[in-house]
Design a protein around this ligand. Structure first.
Ligand code: ADE
Length: 249
């Protein structure tokens, strides 16, 4: 996959993209990151990328021309079909199914805005608009890094263990089961016996049950779309009923 990011602060991306798993993924040739300075497509001595808002009001707006020029030039650098994503708080919320969908693309081009927002015509270049949550950041740089990280780690060969991505939080539509490592006993806190049993079927069943229990306690809303069989759904329902009863007490 090739990921192009267009921002007025390209230097913010360095350590995130070159360190840890993302850097390893790029060095292995699984992904290519290209971070561009939007100002390279701006005009004038000051290479201005923002301007006043027509109609008045506070705050500056990102000008359309630099994004249009940058987009055309960057698309032409590689013939693979690209999905263009505009980071903004008004976009579709980034959740794991969207991350999984984006991980199947061969190219992503990510627009990163600052100031009050984008001239609305810039949106015509985007296939999707994506938000990382219902809060407003000073710019789309951190959201672009979040999206890039979430997508890259799903690319085949990036995670050390292929099962890591399929057994984690959200991939079953549930929160993840609890994990433990050595020592088996620590300050009076013991690892559940079943995990030391070596019985893989029992361990898998325990993990599934605990993932459902944790989801019931923390994110019961996820049950609406979780992938559960009839027995598991009944178990989730009884857990929620118990929780409600203890809340009422
Ligand atoms: N830019 C500013 N806030 C944002 C958010 N929550 N998601 C995506 N882009 C943003």
């Amino acid at each position: 996959m090739r990921i192009d990011i267009i921002s007025i602060f390209p230097e913010l991306f360095g350590p995130t993209l070159s360190g840890s798993m993302l850097g390893i993924a790029e060095r292995k040739g699984i992904v290519e990151f290209h971070v561009h300075d939007l100002r390279d497509w701006a005009e004038g001595k000051h290479r201005t990328t923002d301007d006043y808002s027509f109609g008045g009001g506070p705050g500056m707006v990102m000008k359309p021309e630099p994004f249009f020029r940058a987009h055309a030039e960057i698309l032409a650098q590689d013939l693979r079909p690209a999905t263009t994503i505009l980071m903004c708080p008004q976009g579709e919320l980034l959740k794991q199914p969207l991350v999984e969908e984006l991980a199947t693309c061969s190219r992503l081009v990510i627009f990163v805005g600052r100031y009050e927002g984008y001239d609305d015509r810039i949106r015509t270049l985007a296939d999707r608009e994506v938000s990382i949550g219902d809060y407003v950041l000073t710019g789309g740089e951190l959201p672009a890094m979040v999206l890039t990280d979430a997508v890259t780690r799903l690319l085949p060969g990036v995670l050390g263990h292929d099962a890591s991505a399929t057994e984690e939080s959200f991939s079953w539509g549930l929160l993840e089961y609890p994990h433990f490592t050595r020592p088996a006993s620590f300050e009076g806190l013991d690892v559940p016996d079943v995990l030391l049993s070596g019985d893989h079927a029992r361990i898998a069943a325990w993990r599934r049950t605990e993932a459902i229990r944790r989801t019931a306690m923390r994110r019961p809303d996820l049950f609406e779309t979780a992938d559960l069989n009839d027995e598991e759904r009944e178990f989730a329902r009884s857990l929620l009923e118990d929780l409600k009863r203890s809340d009422d007490r």
